[in-house]
Design a protein around this ligand. Structure first.
Ligand code: TYM
Length: 330
């Protein structure tokens, strides 16, 4: 275990999980467990940068914890905790705020997007969101951060902060690298292939939720926007068909060429049916297992409390080193 590289990633419990979250991140987090020392969190502190209903936040956090286990995150292999359970993340985030420039945070695409979407609540937390993410990553000496394309900029900022800090105090913080999947790093809306698939999409047909029923999945893929061509062919033009091919490829493990061969001479209707079927096959067992885990609240509690205890032990050590370097009396 000790000579394995460390991986850290987190997902916000701010809404229902989408197929984008699953393909861009969660599925990979499961696959990394045997080869890396994996540390995963539910980023509930990040979630409150957008107003959350308290009861719903609690419900979603537990549901998401159960979904992770249902997908195959194994608490015996990975450290999987809830971010707000340990204070070290918010404390380091404050420290890192003092080593992050206003201009750097102003340039973050996600901040710009979210401030437009939530114009009535552009809070300071939303602005400083990336420094909390940097704290999550840097507390564990992380080597790799498996995320979808939209989080790459935040990992790059984390590297800049670490470099700046190390420039002042010596080699204290490990330089993390983003780990972005080759296919599926940016799953697009089924209704508008120029937009990322997102739980906040107003057009509900654009987004597959992990909790969707087989009927919903079939309907949504049937309505998916394609393009003006007629062959199942990956053109690299960011068309709806490119998006469907990427989804099908990640889920079935088939290469793009194999998929093109499989559907040569067939129409978009046949292809969409097969994509829907593959997603149903993938999600049905996850939904079933997640439901079982969710019914066993005491097991969930045992898992997240135990993980938080272990994560705290690791992160407190790192935080002390950082504080000492800064010049605090510890
Ligand atoms: P979040 O909760 O928005 O998304 C979770 C993960 O899903 C990926 N993702 C996608 N991938 C492909 N296609 C899409 N359409 C799509 N939509 C979302 C995201 O890239 C992400 O990997 N700030 C993070 C959570 C976080 C974190 C961290 C991540 C907090 N601390 C430390 C890594 C390391 C976020 O909001 O992800």
């Amino acid at each position: 275990m000790d000579n394995k590289k460390t991986v850290f990633s987190a997902i916000q419990p701010s809404g229902e999980l989408t197929l984008g979250n699953y393909i861009g991140a969660l599925k990979n987090l499961v696959n990394l467990q045997d080869d890396y020392k994996c540390i995963y969190a539910l980023a509930d502190l990040h979630a409150i940068t957008v107003r959350q209903d308290p009861e719903l936040l609690k419900k979603r956090t537990l549901e998401l914890y159960a979904i992770f286990l249902g997908c195959g995150i194994d608490p015996k292999k990975s450290l999987f905790f809830i971010q707000s359970h340990i204070y070290t993340h918010s404390e380091l985030a404050w420290l890192l705020n003092c080593y992050t420039q206003y201009g750097e945070l102003s340039r973050m695409t996600q901040f710009k997007d979210k401030s437009q979407k939530h114009a009535d609540n552009i809070n300071v937390g939303l602005f400083c969101y990336p420094t909390l993410m940097a704290a999550d990553i840097l507390l564990y000496g992380t080597d790799f951060v498996p995320v979808g394309e939209d989080q790459k900029q935040h990992v790059e900022l984390t590297r800049n902060i670490a470099q700046r800090f190390n420039g002042i105090y010596g080699d204290v913080l490990k330089m993390p690298e983003p780990m972005i999947p080759e296919i599926g790093a940016r799953i697009m809306s089924l209704q508008d292939p120029t937009k990322k698939m997102s739980k906040s999409d107003e057009n509900k047909n654009g987004c597959i939720l992990l909790s969707d029923s087989p009927d919903d999945i079939v309907k949504k893929f049937k309505k998916a926007v394609t393009d003006s061509y007629s062959e199942v062919k990956f053109r690299g033009e960011h068309t709806g068909i490119d998006n469907l091919i990427s989804i099908y490829s990640v889920i079935t493990g088939k290469s793009v060429i194999e998929i093109e061969d499989e559907f040569a001479g067939k129409g978009y209707g046949d292809f969409k049916k097969c994509v829907a079927e593959a997603i149903i096959q993938e999600l049905t067992p996850i939904q079933k297992k997640a439901k079982e885990y969710l019914e066993d609240k005491s097991y969930l509690e045992e898992c997240y409390k135990d993980a938080a205890k272990k994560a705290l032990e690791i992160s407190v050590k790192k935080l002390s080193i950082i504080k000492e370097k800064i010049g605090f009396i510890i």
